[in-house]
Design a protein. Sequence first.
Length: 431
Amino acid sequence: MENMAVKKVGKKKKKWMHFRHRVFWRIFKGCLYPHLKKRYDLRYEKTSLKDCGNALIIGNHQTEWDPAFLAMSFKEPVYFVANEALMDSGFFGKFLAWSFAPVPIRKATSDMRTVASMFQIAKEGGNIGIFPEGNTSVAGETVYMKKTVASIAKKLKRPLVLYRIDGGYGVRPRWSDTFRKGGVDCGTKRIILPDELEKMSVDELYRTILEELYVNEHKRGKHFESDSLAEHAERILYVCPNCGLSRLKTTGNIISCTKCSLEAEFLEDLSLKSARGGFDFADEGEWYAFQENYVRELDRSVFLENPAYEEVVSVFREAPKEEKGLVKENISLKLFADRLEFGIKSPLKDEEDPKEPWILPFDVIEAGSLFKGNILVLVLKNKEIFQICGSEEFNAVKFVNFIALHKNESMFELTGLNRYEGESDVKFLGI
């Protein structure tokens, strides 16, 4: 019997870059600029990559529109690392993936697929865009960046473009629904070519990235006009300097405590002025730093039996390639020192006999993070992901803080760069 040689044919890897991306890139920029100019009074500097080739572009993160701000400065398409949930949101997500091909990463997790995709794009000659903070600033100061972003830059061996955005937080803070007049300025601060990059140590490169991208909006002295400067600051602030754990409320330019007489006024230069009560913070950035330190030192054992907070929320489940699904709306959510308790039966697939209420120990939560202004995202160790949505005033930050502290993790995700107190760096993008 004649022997037959069987040739193994490997599956050909799909190209990441396509001509349509260039077409949609130009359409996207042309259509979007009028909106960005009107809403943010955007001013940007153009950057040519003609002489240095395809690059890794790293920017600071101030608003959800930062990729659009950055896009205005570059002629060629940029493939952004973006939250996987954007690509999973029905028709819009599929269109986004087809027309711009962002690099997906699951929020609050590390993902080796993301790293592999970045190297593939670089190999095909594309530009990669990344905002290593992973979160937009909640209090006006650049959020902690993981040191491993410098490792990625060195491993890619491509020109490194450091791109800075100023004024995004001033025009629309993450916690606000109101736009202020003031303007956004952005542009490239430095380009580091591969030869120079190779000579720099990871630590030296990391320091350079931080220095070039650091922004503290409160220190710029720029004015932003609005009649509602304080609106929804209660989404990020929950500790009163007089009362401790409390509930804050905002009206117009005033923020106040519901337990005591404390009142403070937000001013156009992004500073705070005491209106009534013992208040001595220069701005909400200082207040936020005080809040984190307060919670770090708090005796949370007091809240093992009695909840620190109780909220009315709606629970949604995220599922890959599907619209997020409503689990239950208008239910109670209690925050304890070591767990969450929901006023529903457990929706987890691996629980054969769900009890009432649904008790979710912090130990089964891989990460708790903030999405947009006040949505709590819970990534469980069994890979299930839930979104917790409350009222307009809902404060998700306190849940993120309590979860992180129970797990003995630093609150780097929302902490200002210069206020990070972690003992060691955390893994980033699987590296």
